[in-house]
Design a protein around this ligand. Sequence first.
Ligand SMILES: Cc1cc2nc3c(=O)[nH]c(=O)nc-3n(C[C@H](O)[C@H](O)[C@H](O)COP(=O)(O)O)c2cc1C
Length: 459
Amino acid sequence: MSYSALFEPIEIGNVKIKNRIAMAPMNPGLTGPNGYHWDANTAWYAMRARGGFGLILTECCVMNPHRWQGSEVLNPSLFTDYRYYRFHSEMVKLVHRYNGCKIFMQLSPGWGRQGHPHVESPDCPAGGPSAIPLEIDMRNLTKGWEKQMKRINPMMPDLELIKGMNDEEYRAFSQAGREVMARENPELCHVFYGDTPRELTVAEIVDLEDRFALRAFDAFNLEYDGVEVHAPHGYLIHSFLSPRSNQRHDEYGGSLENRARFLLNIVEKTRKKIGPDKAFGVRLSGDELMPGGIGNEEIKQVVSWCRDAGANFFDVSQGSYENPGAAFAPDGENEFTRWAPGFKEASGGLPVITPNFVTPAVAEHAVTSGQTDMISLGRQAIADPFWPAKVKEGRVDDIVKCVRCQECYMNLIISHWLECTMNPTAGREKLYPELWLDTPSLEKKVNLFKQKASKLPQI
Ligand SMILES: Cc1cc2nc3c(=O)[nH]c(=O)nc-3n(C[C@H](O)[C@H](O)[C@H](O)COP(=O)(O)O)c2cc1C
């Protein structure tokens, strides 16, 4: 099998991408203790660029500088302070050296009710559209999560038992778990049970819209090739879109038009700031997959409005934190492709990127069938950073397959360094430069420099 469709070039805005294989946005939990990018992030992305990806979508970078942005427990990956811009600039330069690999920054205005208090101001609640906390129902978990849940709590009953509980039994079980976690592991309790957010004022919302446009502009100045608005998975923008979390009575709540206002203002203000041609798109959950949440029909309307406001590509996902198993990290593959044709149609044919693949033949079919323009690899890119290069060389049997154990996710949740059951170098890329620091153009310059340096007088 040739997989030639995966290696066709494609254009997004004014950016030419060498193939149809993107790395999905993933927060690897590698930022420094203060939440900003450093060498570990650079090496993480460089190895995937070396592995042949045509496009890297970065982890979600948060541009909200306020304490209430609420992402302190999980790796916050901040993009709020120009003193750390040099790490981005260095990373982008290095990624570009791998046969023109392109890189888009995923940018977020905050975590909303899925956030957690800042470590230095534990009483400062996260901001959201309305004061409604999230509710994770463990009966929604998939098999991959079971082992991880037992890792943090060996006393946890089997998933089968939890899934069999009726509402009353589950409430009692969940409440007991919450009390234990609040006592023994309060940081984690914020993640699993959520806090009641503070309702943001209109002035705060407008301030975020304006700041977003400025930070997107900064990303282009740092030579990122594109910017993607992070609007899926129940985070701040999604929580405005969803009637489950947005019950405002002003111009940001109620009708779909009002719930979408925050996102659409962000898209419109950003497009105005960056100019007409740059690659600038939106990631959305194709369906929230929760009762009373935003469904696919409304999402398609939002896609169409985003196009009108200036977005020129879309990235597909599904679900929210409230449905973490079946929704945004399924055990299998090719589950998200069902939303892609709807995104394509609603956007009038703009390029669409879809994740959740493992097998090259399945990915190739998603492209040849016209369902999606690009595929992206999330957890599979952690398990094997060299997936695209191996597919191109026909070495499909050499691919190290992701086993969906969710260790990468769980490490993020419990504030551990990223690890992967299948790939011992994952998260430790900076210790293995021999696997990625071999860009021919850089090597040529370094060799020339070495030659000249060898003629210097000895001291
Ligand atoms: C460790 C980890 C971190 C993630 N972080 C982000 C993120 O920052 N932004 C985002 O939009 N999606 C994030 N995701 C979701 C992925 O982009 C992707 O949609 C999901 O993993 C399903 O695709 P896959 O089956 O190819 O892994 C993350 C996934 C993982 C495993």
